[in-house]
Design a protein around this ligand. Structure first.
Ligand SMILES: [Zn+2]
Length: 142
């Protein structure tokens, strides 16, 4: 399943980051775009299962749902759904109120224009990233 392969990638990524470093990972914050269709509960369950017998066994996974962002390939302008609200509203009135907002990033290149230069050459950002790793010192305070 998708969630399990992502949890596996998170465990590997953070273990790689921690290699040769002091301390113990207490929390991992994963940035997940709203459009990724991930089941967060399954993702955390998978992480809790996969972290066993690794250096991350005491850590906790926190998922931070992010708004997707878009990058204009012509002028480099980065913008979010809020910045193109009027365009989104236009799409909604065209496709109906039920138009699923989460599909817009995929359709972005064909429907949306850069609010800065008007270009249609836009890419959506749907990367899942490790945003933050919290590390506790393994040295006990005396
Ligand atoms: Zn632009």
């Amino acid at each position: 399943m998708h969630e399990w392969s992502i949890a596996d990638a998170v465990v590997r990524t953070v273990e790689d980051m921690m290699e040769g470093r002091e301390g113990r990972v207490s929390k991992i914050v994963l940035g997940v775009p709203r459009i990724s269709f991930l089941d967060v509960e399954i993702l955390i369950e998978a992480f809790d299962e996969l972290k066993k017998n690794t250096s991350l066994s005491d850590s906790r996974l926190e998922v931070n749902i992010r708004e997707p962002s878009f990058t204009c390939q012509r002028c480099g302008f980065v913008f979010h759904l809020n910045d193109i609200k009027s365009q989104v509203d236009d799409l909604r009135s065209e496709f109906g109120e039920e138009y699923p907002l989460h599909l817009i990033p995929m359709l972005g290149p064909s429907f949306l224009t850069c609010p800065h230069c008007g270009s249609h050459d836009i890419s959506g950002n749907d990367d899942i990233v490790v945003e933050r790793v919290e590390i506790e010192s393994t040295v006990k305070p005396s």
